[in-house]
Design a protein around this ligand. Structure first.
Ligand code: SF4
Length: 477
């Protein structure tokens, strides 16, 4: 999971892109970067938070009239600076690209690029693979008379070859600005617009909340397989390329996206409130009588308060959270995650002491964080702890860019619900039902592969094994 932003048609764009990136910081904290174009590419990127990478840096040095920004969460473990985005290629025209997602046929494509196009991919970075594939196809066109259809035809070749999840943006030097999605529209990308004294400006971002901060009007989501090109006269061209059944990542609503963002016309906070309703119905079936419902801050607040309301049980804040700590899930190693949970959460003793507590979290992946939370509550005097997951059991690896690609690390792929409850030390473990989740998204086709094992793209066992092996050796980013 990463965050991307692109803006076209505005002088001195770099500060705005950098500010926009801070609104996407929750999507990746490993590296940050900005590239702009004004006849030449100008780039600044590095490891760490946006505030660290750009601290003391004169952002005016990299100004241009269109640009791209990226915050990275290293799904495949490598945090090398060389894998930070954006990346730039000098031929044809000069190209810069950012992407969010994960390519599942990386090795096959890398081999094909070398054998058919004689291009050697020097990094293990997905975005380089997409960019090289794009460049290899684009250079076959009549470059003197390049048309928008040529560009869209090139993207279609990319969409046919590159399997997996990707929302991507590219600057084609002196030609324009391109945004496109994979055929299933797995990862989010929205388009916005604002009117300035320099005319209309178009922007794209992973989450609409960026637009609230930067003063853009949200126009719409990029559709599965869609390509949008903004030419140098600011004309907008669109085409649907390779399109397959939509499979939008439902985990965006459950965990990744900020609560104030809108994806596919649904406010994330409202989706979390909605998910609390069937959760309460499932909870009721067990005949438990919690005295309070609390959440694991911060993403579980809406699930917990909504579930409490349905159950007619008081919702309380049971944990104090250190607001200066990052998101534990997107911290690269288990050891770091555990230290972070310890530093981040402290139970509010008088709230939980002597009480039967239902504690709600967004999900349970490896179980070690949940175990720690149950222990914190017991140590603070809770008499019983019911652990509630707002998502169904995660049983299968995510191969689309979320850090759950190693099956042996996924608790529910090896243990049943009762065993998981015992492992984390809860008196009862309760999950959202997959049927309820699917039922809620009848009108928005979602990806639920990590719960159901039904992958939207063609995936073989060999492919899953290969992805797992790469993850374990951390040689892909
Ligand atoms: S497998 Fe799960 S986390 Fe991965 S894209 Fe699908 S729904 Fe999202």
């Amino acid at each position: 999971m990463c965050g991307i932003i692109g803006i076209s048609g505005y002088e001195n764009i770099a500060p705005e892109i950098m500010n926009g990136l801070t609104t996407l910081q929750h999507r990746g904290q490993d590296s940050a970067g900005v590239v702009t174009f004004n006849g030449n590419f100008h780039m600044k990127k590095g490891n760490g938070l946006v505030s660290n990478v750009f601290k003391g840096y004169d952002i005016e040095k990299i100004n241009g009239y269109c640009g791209l920004g990226h915050v990275r969460y290293a799904t495949f473990g490598s945090t090398d600076e060389v894998d930070a985005q954006p990346i730039v290629l000098n031929y044809p025209f000069g190209l810069a690209m950012v992407h969010n997602g994960n390519v599942v046929n990386f090795n096959q494509l890398k081999k094909r690029l070398y054998e058919e196009n004689h291009r050697l991919l020097e990094t293990s970075n997905d975005v380089a693979l997409i960019l090289y594939t794009f460049a290899a196809e684009l250079e076959k066109k009549d470059l003197k008379h390049l048309t928008v259809d040529d560009i869209f035809d090139t993207v279609e070749v990319v969409q046919k070859s590159v399997k997996g999840a990707y929302s991507a943006m590219t600057i084609i030097a002196n030609r324009g600005f391109l945004a496109f999605s994979d055929p299933h529209g797995i990862r989010p990308l929205v388009m916005g617009r604002k009117f300035t004294d320099q005319g209309v400006v178009y922007a794209f971002t992973s989450e609409s909340t960026t637009f609230d901060y930067l003063g853009y009007e949200l126009i719409r989501d990029i559709e599965p397989g869609e390509m949008i090109f903004i030419d140098s006269n600011k004309r907008v061209h669109t085409r649907i390329g390779v399109k397959k059944k939509q499979a939008f990542c439902v985990f965006e609503y459950i965990y990744f996206a900020r609560e104030d963002t809108i994806m596919h016309n649904r406010l994330v906070a409202s989706e979390r409130v909605r998910l609390g309703v069937p959760l309460a119905k499932t909870f009721e079936k067990y005949g438990l009588n919690p005295e309070i419902v609390i959440d694991v801050p911060s993403s579980a607040y809406f699930f917990a308060s909504s579930m409490a309301e349905e159950l007619n049980v008081p919702y309380r804040r049971g944990f104090a959270k250190n607001p200066h700590m990052g998101r534990s899930f997107i911290t690269p190693t288990q050891e770091q995650r555990e230290i972070m949970v310890k530093q981040k959460l402290n139970p509010i003793r008088d709230i939980v002491k002597g009480k039967k507590v239902a504690v709600v979290d967004d999900s349970v992946v490896r179980g070690t964080t949940s175990k720690r939370i149950v222990k914190l509550l017991r140590d603070a005097g809770a008499t019983e702890v019911y652990f509630v997951s707002a998502s169904p059991p995660i049983k299968s690896p995510c191969i689309y860019g979320i850090d759950m690609s190693v099956k042996k690390e996924i608790l529910a792929s090896h243990y049943d619900v009762e065993e998981i409850g015992k492992f984390i030390g809860a008196d009862k473990m309760i999950y959202q039902s997959l049927e309820d989740l699917k039922d809620m998204y009848k009108d928005l086709p979602i990806c639920h592969a990590c719960f159901s094992g039904e992958y939207p793209t063609t995936v073989s066992k060999a492919m899953l094994d290969e992805i797992e092996k790469e993850k374990l050796s951390s040689n892909r980013s």
